[in-house]
Design a protein around this ligand. Structure first.
Ligand SMILES: Nc1ncnc2c1ncn2[C@@H]1O[C@H](COP(=O)(O)OP(=O)(O)O)[C@@H](O)[C@H]1O
Ligand SMILES: [Mg+2]
Length: 260
């Protein structure tokens, strides 16, 4: 469904190449983990897929095809409903996903095509149940709040719930459990697992090997803007070819032992 080929992202001002030679595919009902340390280019790669890179700041080369249609750069030909219903992303920084001056309920509603009172009341019923799935049990309070009246973790969970309601063909989840508490992380991972079982394609961006091991069919390991290793999750984690992957795996196991 998604084919990224030789993606290169350069910062216009410094001419620094931030992402290079990145190629991977995500098939139908497949979950790919994009893993690697902070600053390795995972978010930029995800944003390129979502067409969220500011063209004045970044230049891109290569190709990103969604269902055989080119969606990158000058040749981009975005299919109708591409963002949202076809590909949706849970971003790392939830504050940027919401407009600060509009109450949450109103702006969430705007993302859906609601005609008539019945559609609206059905919608809020669905929203209530989606919010409960990510451990948010007071919909009334949330829909009447402005974004900065909620914590970052709560806002992130609102974004996750809304994205799940959109039921995109491909979901990109960028570090979607970093800002949330353990109980909520547990629930979010369970929901992602359920979506995966239901056949949604996903890109799970994470620096947490435990999350990747649990959710991903395949993983691509990024370092300094490049994918240095990719393959079946089990194979990559049990017999990593690159020293960097070994170090990351080792570090995350040590970390988990520390916590336990
Ligand atoms: N707006 C920007 N201008 C210049 N460099 C940037 C910008 N945004 C990100 N970068 C750089 O690009 C690299 C990759 O960033 P990013 O994709 O956010 O990493 P990751 O998500 O893997 O932590 C980092 O070195 C970061 O400093
Ligand atoms: Mg990131």
């Amino acid at each position: 469904m998604l084919k990224v080929d030789n993606l290169k992202i350069t910062a216009r001002s410094s001419h620094e190449v931030l992402v290079k030679k990145v190629s991977f595919e995500v098939g139908k009902s497949e979950t790919l983990g994009l893993i690697g340390e902070s600053g390795s280019g995972k978010s930029l790669t995800s944003k390129a897929i979502m067409q969220l890179l500011n063209k004045r700041v970044f230049s891109t080369e290569g190709s990103i095809k969604w269902k055989d249609t080119e969606i990158l750069g000058r040749n981009a030909n975005l299919p109708k409903g591409y963002r949202g219903s076809q590909i949706a992303m849970i971003t790392q920084n939830p504050m940027t996903a919401f407009a600060p001056m509009i109450r949450l309920g109103k702006q969430i509603e705007m993302g859906f095509d609601l005609k008539g009172r019945q559609a609206k009341s059905d919608f809020y019923e669905q929203l209530d149940s989606a919010l409960k799935k990510v451990n948010l049990n007071d919909m009334r309070k949330i829909i009447h709040s402005y974004p900065d009246e909620l914590s970052g973790g709560m806002l992130q969970r609102v974004m996750i719930a809304v994205t799940m309601m959109q039921k995109p063909d491909l979901l990109i989840a960028d570090e979607c459990t970093t800002a949330v508490d353990y109980a909520s992380e547990y629930m979010i991972l369970k929901e992602l697992e359920k979506l995966r079982k239901d056949g949604m394609s996903m890109i799970v961006v994470t620096h947490d090997f435990g999350v990747a091991a649990r959710l991903c069919d395949r993983v691509a390991v990024m370092k300094q803007g490049e994918i240095i290793e990719q393959g079946n999750t089990f194979n990559v984690f049990t017999s990593p070819q690159e020293d960097y992957t070994k170090e990351l795996a080792h570090a995350s196991v040590l970390f988990q032992e520390d916590v336990c």
